[in-house]
Structure formats: structure tokens, C-alpha cells
Design a protein around this ligand. Structure first.
Ligand SMILES: *[C@@H]1O[C@H](CO)[C@@H](O)[C@H](O)[C@H]1NC(C)=O
Ligand SMILES: *[C@@H]1O[C@H](CO)[C@@H](O)[C@H](O)[C@H]1NC(C)=O
Ligand SMILES: *[C@@H]1O[C@H](CO)[C@@H](O)[C@H](O)[C@H]1NC(C)=O
Ligand SMILES: *[C@@H]1O[C@H](CO)[C@@H](O)[C@H](O)[C@H]1NC(C)=O
Ligand SMILES: *[C@@H]1O[C@H](CO)[C@@H](O)[C@H](O)[C@H]1NC(C)=O
Ligand SMILES: *[C@@H]1O[C@H](CO)[C@@H](O)[C@H](O)[C@H]1NC(C)=O
Ligand SMILES: *[C@@H]1O[C@H](CO)[C@@H](O)[C@H](O)[C@H]1NC(C)=O
Ligand SMILES: *[C@@H]1O[C@H](CO)[C@@H](O)[C@H](O)[C@H]1NC(C)=O
Ligand SMILES: *[C@@H]1O[C@H](CO)[C@@H](O)[C@H](O)[C@H]1NC(C)=O
Ligand SMILES: *[C@@H]1O[C@H](CO)[C@@H](O)[C@H](O)[C@H]1NC(C)=O
Ligand SMILES: *[C@@H]1O[C@H](CO)[C@@H](O)[C@H](O)[C@H]1NC(C)=O
Ligand SMILES: *[C@@H]1O[C@H](CO)[C@@H](O)[C@H](O)[C@H]1NC(C)=O
Length: 837
């Protein structure tokens, strides 16, 4: 029939029309075709049923090229989620409309993008359909299917099988093992150029498949395999609030996918070539913007293989000590290793002797890159797994492949182990094979030392305790009474926590000369601090808590025991406490060099801190804060981070003090909001000051202020000697906008200053000072940003002031960006006793 048509003397026009519209259909006059069609021209678009997505032709900003793509229809910001002709744009100077149409040959059906009848883009030929239609689904999936097919999911072709830079809910990332179809996400080259970038995200199908992110052919981030609960690299076991992961691995296919918890909140995962990161963004209807919820890689240890083969990464020792060789291994090149170049990693210290090997157990580990995982069995138990590993000489490590419950399954590795790291709040047990000799020396030594040290310490402590108590009470007590007291005391200690000694009030009083004014070091938000010297000569700092706590004595002691366990080189060490009568005292290690504010705001003292020292202080504070936020088991929010709460040791290393006080005094609030705001003007984040909402991001805000203060040597607000009413943040932001940010750096610092470091610090501070907590980075990212050359996101205007903050009456949610503030003259007023509303 068609042949006879060809021979007929009909107009060329009609012939073309027939080609373009194999099955005739009238097109809606307003050029918007709802739901489905057989062809589409430049001025037409195709809407999904509920209008969430739109298919059509678009031109990126600053471009003359035309592309066929899918974008969110109802968002004010055009957000493209899929592009058909990524590498072959349609030229607009031809003045001929491109057309998308379905073409049917004798045995196949294809979707074609044509211009002037030449093919620009096409789908692979699929099975023949008699009445094919093109449909845009509400999920954002463009599908080609048989119109009257009863199974509506029997697609001839679907765009979800060919991702661009975006993964939407319901899209699979992974491989169809039967057809070989591999769904890979690839970044756009630039924001205005959808052609293929070199950043990709794909499923690596090994014995134990895992998604990886790569730049070119170089792995950049290993998500880790599915451990039964989550992806092995995930730093916490907390469920994502906005979406659920799905992982499927069977004979037919292996894929990763996510589902939305709330379908009406647009959510996407996007690869961004510029920052070489994967962003998880959620649409915020309030601010009408995409909010980045997560970006990967998250921290230093998450960068693929930072510690090289057989090296293990530990964030709590950042940055210089973060890498360590596994036990039984040593750096391959000690010179390079010590120069912080870990690319060669570690090699075995002693050769393995296959028969007599044993295993070192590592806890809370991300599993190594499973590229070298050669065996996976989901039903074995751990003992069988160990046996299997021992029987094969090339097996170097084993672990459970499913950590749910008691754990089950077996995964085995050979060769080098890559991308190992510690995840303090997640991870799993990993067993590394080592020669028996390594095991013997370590275990043997450990046990012996453990026993002898334990005994010695125990005996010494007992003697000391007895001695102290006896001495203290000698004047008015008999030896017998003292013995009884000793018994009681040790019983009590055991019930609470033997690690935190409690001091007698009389001991502290005499150490501080009865809290005399000449021993007063300063006054913090929670009370005055005194220096003192114990009878044994040890110097201490004593904080006399002024605020009563709602807790009972027992809870109070428990909190102190928890806080005392937080140990980090950038945190001040808590030695003990004293509760007697109405007094509540905390005893800390003494810091001879006072606090940071004493140096940075003083005209002569500030010379002591040159740029390298300041940068070291900045990194140290960041590390201490990260430990509080993430690496300690408690997840402490400091809530009063400021220059006077950063103490300096004799080598000018920073130590954060007063951490955990809010927790001690206000109790372990599980709610994220409090009626009592603790903090200091100039440092508190707007959402905390106004609504009492605190989070680790409120600390990040305070860190941002501190960063600017350290760089500039100026106080954020209310320097009485300065007539300027502009806050430091406002001043810094003005300089930033005027593109002269380095003028912020104090003049006395310019000589020693490393301009790129200073610039980075200023840039990071703005990111920390973002008005919306969501926009502020976490401390792990801050440390990553401080320590590397990665590109930083562009900051939006920071939160400049809390306008007319009225302590207990009206509150307003607006923050002025003007340069005037009622608070300009308030000098570091501690508002710990004010009510937030
Ligand atoms: C476009 O036309 C269709 C059918 O005529 C109609 O249902 C739809 O509301 C129109 N859309 C717009 C945006 O005018
Ligand atoms: C193009 O740029 C304008 C102005 O900068 C912006 O509003 C718009 O969203 C951009 N469009 C796309 C597709 O990025
Ligand atoms: C377009 O290009 C101009 C000049 O290159 C640049 O200033 C502008 O920011 C670009 N706009 C977008 C939206 O990328
Ligand atoms: C598309 O619409 C614009 C304006 O409505 C018109 O100028 C242009 O000629 C149309 N292009 C085609 C190919 O129909
Ligand atoms: C469309 O299909 C016809 C056969 O029905 C074929 O002759 C033609 O080449 C196809 N068009 C393109 C551009 O491939
Ligand atoms: C269609 O037929 C051509 C040639 O006859 C053949 O090469 C091709 O593989 C067939 N396609 C399908 C999908 O069967
Ligand atoms: C369109 O294609 C025809 C035939 O191939 C060619 O002669 C004509 O020059 C093309 N038009 C343009 C604007 O390129
Ligand atoms: C990836 O592309 C970026 C530019 O976007 C380039 O700087 C980098 O060298 C490329 N990396 C590889 C491994 O190709
Ligand atoms: C889903 O999100 C929308 C928009 O933010 C909100 O109005 C709605 O209450 C949410 N639904 C659920 C079940 O959380
Ligand atoms: C449209 O449909 C999608 C998929 O069913 C759903 O997630 C979304 O909430 C719907 N949107 C609206 C505006 O109804
Ligand atoms: C680290 O060492 C490797 C191997 O010797 C070398 O290729 C690389 O250039 C070094 N990197 C740096 C930053 O020095
Ligand atoms: C897994 O291990 C069990 C117990 O050793 C064994 O019976 C089973 O055959 C193994 N499965 C595979 C696929 O090797």
C-alpha cells in the first residue's frame, strides 16, 4: 500500500507529513500535549499527567544549542533531569524545527530526533509495535510503549535506562546482567553544557557489587557494598529522613535505587562536574530553592584510597595522623609516608606463612573496596567464613556480608586492601590475616602489660586513695572511721564511674586560696573560673558553676562521667568534679597560655600568633568540634563556642573548653529545641537565638564567626574602641563582594600570611555563616575544605544580624542585612540566663 502511495503524484509536503506523523493525530493548539504523543516539534512540549515533568526542547544559559530534555515543570528554576542528544546539540541557525518522532520499520520501532530529515539522536531499535506511543510518566520517565498493551510497564524503551547527570526516585543505577544494559550517571561537562563530563557514578559488578564514583577511570569515592542495612560507607546508622534505599542483586540484575518518603517533595541526586561531587538535593518550597542535603565524598577519609593500599583512615586523627598502616604492615616508602604522601600505602612487615596465620580483628570498619573480593556466600556463618579463608592461602581478609542481627554471610578478599576506614558510629568487624608471629608479639605484650599495669595502677591508686583520705580526715577521725569511709567511697565510685575522681570541697578551696579574686582567670557563661594548685603541685583550673541544674545529683554525676570520657587533643581535659552543699565544681587541666581572645584581640599579644600558628589553631578547633559532633559517642553540641572558650597549651595548640556544659546543666535534651538559650551574642546562630532551635549547624555558625575573628583580629560585635557600627560579618561580606577579601586579614599578619589559605578560611567562614542551617557545611566538610584544594561552593549572603533581638518579648524571624543594628554596642553579653521566648 505504501509503495503505491510512493508512485502517486502527490505533493512532497504530504509525503513529509506522512513520514513525520505515521499515525495522524491532531496536536493541541497551545502546543502542550498532555501525557502522550507520537511526535513533537520545537514549540511543543509533552506534560506528565499530573504536570510534574515536562519534555521539550531547551537551550541552556549562555548557549545557542538546542537540546531535547525533561525538566521539572512546576519549579520556578528550570531544572533539567534528562537530556537526549547530550553529545550532539541541535543547531538553531538552520531555522528548521527539529522533530521527535516514532519510526517503525519492518521489524523494529525506534524513537528518532530529526532535523531537516537527518538523524541527530535515536534510541536503539526495539521490537516492532503496531501502535506505539510516547508517554511521559509522573516519575519523569519517558517511555515508548504499545498503546493497547495490557501490561503498561512492558516498555519498548525508557529514558530511565539511559540516565543523564540525575538520578530520580525509582531510577535504577546498575546493570541488567542478561542484556548487558548498564545504567551509569554521568555529569554534565559544565552547568551550561550537557555533553558528557568525566565524573561518573556506576555500579561495579564484582563478587560483592558496589556503586562507585569515578573521575575518568580513577575511582574517587567507593560507596561500599550493601551490608544488609545500608551501604558500607555510611557514617551513621541513622535512616535518611527523606528517602529509602533499595538494593537488588540477583541472577538477572544488580541495581541501586531510592524511593521518596514524601512524594510531593522533589528530590534528586546529581553529579556535579565543577565540584566533582554528588549532591543530594531536596526542593525547599519555603525559599524556592534546591537545598543540598548531602554531598559526597563527605570527608577526608571518604576520598578513595587516601591512605593507599593496606592503609587505614581515621578521621579523629586528622590530618597528619589520619593514615595508619594495618597491623603487621609498614609504609612502603617511609619518606613519602612521613611527607604525607600515602599513595604507595603499606606492605607486609613479615612474610606470611600460610599454615600458621591468624587474624587481627578490626571493629567499626567500612569494608575494603570489593574489587578484590573474590568470594561471597550469603548463608555461611563467621566460623565457616574464617575456615574458608584459612584454607585458601591467597585469602587476606574476611567479614560478614550481612550485618543484620548477629551477622551472617561471608566475603573474602585477596591481594591488597583498598579504601579502609574507621566509621565510629557504624561499620562492621573486619578480620585481617597476619602471620602468627605478629599476633603473638602484639597479643602477648598487650596481655602482659595489661596485667602488670593493671595491678600496679590498682595498687598505687588504692594506696594513694587511702593515703589521701586518711590524711584528710586524720585531724578529726580515727583510722577505723577512715577505713569505713574508704570502703563507702570505693563502693560509691564503682557505682558511678571510677575514671572521674570527685574532689573534696576543702581540697579545692585550699588549692584556689578559697576562690580568691587573685586566682580568678575569667568568667564564662556558666560561672567564674579559678586557677589553683593541688597539694601535690599539680596545677588545675576550677569552674564554679553558677547555674543550678534541674537534675538530681546522680544524673549530674552520670553526665560528668560521660563528658570526662571525651578525650581529644583539641579538647580540654576534665580531671574531676566536686559536689558538696550547693557547690558544683568542675576541675580541668590548667592551660598556661590563657585563651584565644587574650591573643587575637590584643594589640601586643596578637603578634605572638603569626599566620601558620593561626591556621594550626583553626584546624585544631575544627577537629575538636568534629570530634564533639561526630566522632565521640555522645554527639555533643557545644552551644557556646567563642574565642574565650578556646584555650591554648604551651605549644599554642587550641583546646576547646566548656564543651558538654549545656548537657550537664540542662540535661540531655533529646528535642532539638530549648527554651533556654545558652550562648553569646555575636556567636549564636539566628535560628538558635530566635527559635531556640539548636543543632550541630548552630555550632558551625559560631565556628564561622570565630574563623573571621582569627583571620581579622577583630571582634564580631561591639568592640567599644571602634565607632563603626558594621558587624565583622557585614564588613567581611562587603569586602568579599567588592572582591578585596584579603583586606580583612590584619595588617600585622600580612607578612606571614599564606594568601590562598586565608582566602579559603574567609570563603569557608561565609559558608558556615549561611542563614539557613541547611546551607552550612558539617564540620567534616569544613575540615576537608580547609585541608585540600577542592572547589568550594559559592556562598550566599550570610546571616548578618538578628534584627532587634528582644530577649523575652517579641521575636522576629527576619534578619536585617542593613548595616545598622541595635546590638552594635552590646559587648559580648552572655545570655545564658535569658529566656528565648
Ligand atoms: C492546552 O490545551 C489543552 C487541550 O486543549 C487544555 O486542556 C490545556 O488546559 C491547555 N493548557 C494551557 C496551558 O493552556
Ligand atoms: C539561566 O540564568 C538565569 C539568570 O541567571 C536563571 O534565572 C535561570 O534559572 C537559568 N536557567 C538555567 C536553565 O540554568
Ligand atoms: C553567561 O556568560 C557570561 C559571560 O561569560 C557570564 O558573566 C554569566 O555569568 C553567564 N551566565 C550564566 C547563567 O552562566
Ligand atoms: C516557535 O514559536 C515562535 C514564537 O511563537 C515562532 O517565532 C517560531 O517560528 C516557532 N517555530 C516553529 C519551528 O514553529
Ligand atoms: C523510518 O522508517 C522507514 C520505513 O518505514 C525507513 O524507510 C526510514 O529510513 C526510517 N527513517 C529513518 C530516518 O531512519
Ligand atoms: C531487523 O532486520 C534487520 C535486517 O533484516 C536485522 O539486521 C535486524 O537485526 C532486525 N532487528 C530486529 C530488532 O529484529
Ligand atoms: C536540508 O536537507 C536538504 C537535503 O539533504 C538540503 O538540500 C538542504 O540544504 C538542507 N537544508 C539546510 C538548511 O541545511
Ligand atoms: C576531568 O575533567 C576535568 C575538567 O572538567 C579535568 O580538569 C580533569 O583533568 C579531568 N580528569 C580526568 C581524569 O580526565
Ligand atoms: C509532604 O511534603 C509536603 C510539602 O512539604 C507537605 O505539605 C506534606 O505535609 C508532607 N506530607 C507528609 C506525609 O509528610
Ligand atoms: C505526580 O505523580 C508523582 C508520581 O506518582 C507523585 O510522586 C507526585 O507527588 C505527583 N505530583 C503531584 C503534584 O500530584
Ligand atoms: C606521591 O608519590 C607518588 C609515587 O611515588 C608520586 O607519583 C606522586 O607524585 C607523589 N605525590 C606528591 C603529591 O608528591
Ligand atoms: C554457601 O555456603 C554453604 C555452607 O558452607 C554451602 O552449603 C553453599 O553451597 C554455599 N553456596 C554457594 C553459592 O557457594
Amino acid at each position: 500500500m505504501r509503495n503505491s502511495f510512493f508512485n502517486m503524484p502527490i505533493s512532497i509536503f504530504f509525503f513529509y507529513l506522512l513520514l513525520l506523523l505515521p499515525i495522524s493525530k491532531t496536536i493541541a493548539a497551545n502546543n502542550t500535549i498532555t501525557h502522550y504523543t507520537q511526535s513533537l516539534t520545537q514549540n511543543q512540549t509533552l506534560l506528565s499527567i499530573n504536570t510534574t515533568f515536562k519534555l521539550g526542547f531547551f537551550t541552556p544559559n549562555n548557549s545557542t544549542n538546542l537540546y531535547l530534555g525533561i525538566w521539572y515543570n512546576n519549579l520556578p528554576l528550570q531544572t533539567v533531569v534528562w537530556v537526549a542528544n547530550r553529545d550532539k546539540p541541535i543547531t538553531t541557525n538552520l531555522n528548521i524545527s527539529p522533530v521527535l518522532k516514532i519510526n517503525t520499520t519492518d521489524n523494529s520501532t525506534t524513537l528518532l530526533l530529526l532535523q531537516n530529515n537527518s538523524v541527530i539522536w535515536s534510541t536503539p531499535p526495539s521490537r516492532l509495535a503496531s501502535n506505539p506511543i510516547l508517554q511521559l510518566l509522573d516519575s519523569g520517565n519517558l517511555v515508548l510503549r504499545e498503546n493497547d498493551d495490557e501490561n503498561q510497564e512492558n516498555y519498548l524503551w525508557q529514558s530511565f535506562d539511559y540516565p543523564s547527570d540525575t538520578l530520580l526516585a525509582g531510577m535504577k543505577l546498575g546493570k541488567n546482567l542478561k542484556t548487558g544494559l548498564d545504567r551509569i550517571v554521568t555529569a554534565w561537562n559544565t552547568v551550561n553544557d550537557p555533553s558528557l563530563g568525566n565524573l561518573t557514578w556506576r555500579m561495579e559488578v564484582t563478587a560483592w557489587p558496589h556503586p562507585i564514583q569515578a573521575v575518568g577511570s580513577k575511582k574517587q569515592f567507593d560507596t561500599g557494598p550493601w551490608d544488609g542495612l545500608d551501604y558500607s560507607s555510611k557514617p551513621t546508622r541513622v535512616k535518611q529522613p527523606t528517602f529509602d534505599y533499595v538494593y537488588v542483586s540477583n541472577e538477572d540484575e544488580v541495581y541501586f535505587m531510592f524511593h521518596l518518603v514524601n512524594n510531593s517533595v522533589p528530590t534528586r541526586m546529581v553529579l556535579d562536574q565543577a565540584s566533582l561531587r554528588r549532591w543530594y538535593s531536596v526542593w525547599d518550597y519555603g525559599s524556592q530553592q534546591w537545598k543540598v542535603y548531602n554531598s559526597l565524598p563527605r570527608d577526608f577519609c571518604e576520598a578513595y584510597g587516601v591512605c593507599g593500599p593496606n592503609g587505614n583512615c581515621d578521621m579523629s586523627k586528622l590530618p597528619s595522623q589520619a593514615c595508619d598502616c594495618l597491623r603487621g604492615f609498614r609504609p612502603k616508602s617511609p619518606e613519602e609516608w612521613n611527607a604525607q604522601n600515602r599513595s604507595r600505602g603499606c606492605l607486609r612487615d613479615k612474610p606470611r606463612n600460610c599454615e600458621s596465620d591468624g587474624f587481627v580483628k578490626y571493629v567499626k570498619m567500612k569494608v575494603p573496596d570489593t574489587e578484590n573480593c573474590w568470594y561471597l556466600n550469603q548463608t555461611m556463618n563467621l566460623d565457616e567464613c574464617r575456615e574458608k579463608c584459612l584454607r585458601n592461602c591467597s585469602c587476606v581478609a574476611y567479614t560478614n556480608s550481612d550485618i543484620r542481627g548477629e551477622g551472617s554471610g561471608c566475603a573474602l578478599w585477596s591481594g591488597d586492601l583498598y579504601d579502609l576506614r574507621i566509621l565510629p558510629d557504624a561499620g562492621q568487624d573486619l578480620y585481617i590475616r597476619v602471620p602468627a608471629s605478629v599476633l603473638d608479639t602484639n597479643n602477648g605484650r598487650k596481655v602482659k602489660i595489661g596485667v602488670s599495669v593493671g595491678v600496679t595502677v590498682g595498687v598505687l591508686c588504692g594506696l594513694l586513695l587511702a593515703f589521701c583520705l586518711i590524711r584528710k580526715r586524720r585531724k578529726r577521725a580515727t583510722l577505723k572511721e577512715a577505713n569505713a569511709a574508704l570502703k563507702d567511697h570505693s563502693k560509691e565510685e564503682q557505682e558511678e564511674d571510677p575514671e572521674v575522681p570527685s574532689y573534696d570541697l576543702s581540697v579545692i578551696a585550699s588549692a584556689t586560696d578559697n576562690f580568691s579574686d587573685k586566682n580568678k582567670l575569667g568568667e564564662g557563661g556558666f560561672g567564674p573560673v579559678f586557677k589553683g594548685t593541688l597539694e601535690n603541685g599539680q596545677r588545675i583550673a576550677v569552674k564554679r558553676l553558677s547555674t543550678g541544674s534541674g537534675q538530681g545529683v546522680k544524673e549530674f554525676k552520670n553526665e560528668i562521667a560521660l563528658i570526662a570520657k571525651l578525650q581529644h587533643r583539641n579538647l580540654v581535659k576534665l580531671h574531676g568534679y566536686c559536689i558538696q552543699n550547693e557547690e558544683k565544681l568542675l576541675v580541668y587541666e590548667y592551660m598556661p597560655n590563657k585563651s584565644l581572645d587574650f591573643f587575637i584581640f590584643d594589640e601586643t599579644q596578637r603578634m605572638v600568633l603569626d599566620w601558620p600558628r593561626r591556621f594550626n589553631i583553626i584546624v585544631g578547633i575544627a577537629r575538636g568540634l568534629l570530634y564533639l559532633h561526630q566522632d565521640s559517642r555522645l554527639r555533643i553540641i557545644h552551644r557556646d563556642l567563642k574565642a574565650s572558650n578556646v584555650l591554648l597549651d604551651d605549644e599554642m595548640n587550641p583546646k576547646i573548653s566548656d564543651f558538654g556544659l549545656a548537657r550537664i546543666l540542662l540535661g540531655d535534651q533529646t528535642a532539638d529545641s530549648t527554651r533556654r538559650v545558652v550562648g553569646t551574642y555575636g556567636y549564636i546562630a539566628p535560628e538558635y537565638a530566635i527559635d531556640g532551635n539548636f543543632s550541630i549547624k548552630s555550632d558551625v555558625f559560631s565556628f564561622g564567626v570565630l574563623l573571621l575573628e582569627i583571620v581579622s583580629g577583630r571582634k564580631n560585635r561591639g568592640d567599644p574602641n571602634q565607632k563603626e557600627s558594621t558587624s565583622l560579618i557585614g564588613h567581611a561580606w562587603n569586602l568579599w563582594i567588592e572582591e578585596r577579601p584579603l583586606e580583612l586579614v590584619g595588617e600585622y599578619l600580612r607578612e606571614s600570611c599564606n594568601a590562598s589559605e586565608a582566602l579559603r578560611c574567609i570563603h569557608i567562614s561565609f559558608l558556615c555563616l549561611q542563614q539557613h542551617p541547611h546551607d552550612r557545611p558539617e564540620m567534616s566538610s569544613v575540615i576537608l575544605m580547609l585541608g585540600s584544594e577542592i572547589g568550594l561552593p559559592k556562598p550566599k549572603e550570610p546571616a548578618l544580624f538578628v534584627r532587634e533581638y528582644a530577649a523575652s518579648t517579641t521575636t522576629t524571624k527576619e534578619y536585617a542585612s542593613s548595616n545598622k543594628s541595635n546590638l552594635a554596642s552590646v559587648n559580648e553579653l552572655s545570655i545564658s540566663n535569658l529566656e528565648a521566648r
